[in-house]
Design a protein around this ligand. Structure first.
Ligand code: MF3
Ligand code: CO
Ligand code: CO
Length: 256
């Protein structure tokens, strides 16, 4: 079990792939409104990635995944499949997860969108989940441990009376979509592998309004909360630098 350390050429190429992934999220925002289908969002992203960015949508045909992006609506935790029957309605919350491959390297990022006017409980879940991501990122530096990331995320989620999904985690990323290490979103401070300059991985907490338990629908992909309460997720790809970290998928709207 070895964690790749990226060289300067890898890092330069990862910066490019990650910026493209972030740009897809910036581009799609204005299209997320009541009445559009998740299939239409997939079509727009696919076209943008393939024709404008001249990149590859990594999910398409990945282990048989049939579409170019993941669209996870309301009680869907992750890996929702865009569908022409899924019409967005006022008050929905939607995660769009984008992974592009450019020049052989992967950039992976996701954000939550409100469809129309959000309801206060949904707004709180989405906000606290984003805070979980930022708190996880904040502790990333050489010498910190993977458990430090999981610990601060779990602490913030559970003290807000939410739960952390355990079956899915962040991951190393580079030429491979899912590389070592696995980045848990729960854990003990001071435990786990030590972070080293040049590692690149995602942090992508999935936080549930109710209990953490989940199941995969018969389509083999869509992961939903067992209690059918809401779930939220935010994801960034992060580089460990000498001084701390660099968020490779940072969007213009984020002030960090
Ligand atoms: N982008 C997801 C992640 O963050 C993985 C999606 S795999 C797919 O790791 F096949 F569902 F697209
Ligand atoms: Co990921
Ligand atoms: Co992702």
């Amino acid at each position: 079990m070895s964690v790749p350390i990226k060289n300067p050429e890898d890092i330069a190429k990862m910066r490019i792939a990650c910026r493209l992934a972030a740009e897809v999220l910036e581009m799609i925002g204005e299209h997320v409104r009541p009445g559009i289908t998740t299939k239409a969002l997939d079509d727009i992203c696919h076209d943008h990635i393939v024709n404008r960015q001249q990149a590859i949508p990594a999910p398409l045909n990945y282990k048989g995944f049939p579409k170019s992006i993941c669209t996870s609506l309301n009680q869907v935790i992750c890996h929702g499949i865009p569908n022409e029957d899924k019409v967005l309605k006022d008050g929905d919350i939607l995660n769009i997860d984008i992974t592009v491959i450019k020049d052989g390297y992967h950039g992976d990022t996701s954000k939550m969108f409100f469809v129309g006017k959000p309801k206060p409980p949904a707004e709180r879940l989405v906000r606290i989940t984003q805070e979980c991501l930022y708190k996880g990122i904040e502790v990333v530096r050489p010498g910190a441990r993977l458990g430090d990331i999981g610990h601060v995320i779990q602490q913030h989620a559970e003290s807000s009376h939410y739960s952390v999904v355990r079956e899915y985690c962040g991951h190393g990323i580079g030429k491979g979509f899912h590389e070592e290490p696995q980045v848990m979103h729960y854990g003990k401070a001071g435990s786990g592998m030590e972070l080293k300059e040049g590692m690149i991985f995602t942090i992508e907490p999935m936080i549930n309004q109710g209990k953490r338990h989940n199941k995969v629908l018969p389509d083999g992909w869509t992961v939903v909360t067992k209690d059918r309460k809401l779930s939220a997720q935010w994801e960034h790809t992060v580089l460990v630098t000498a001084k701390g970290h660099e968020i490779l998928t940072l969007r213009g709207e984020e002030s960090l």
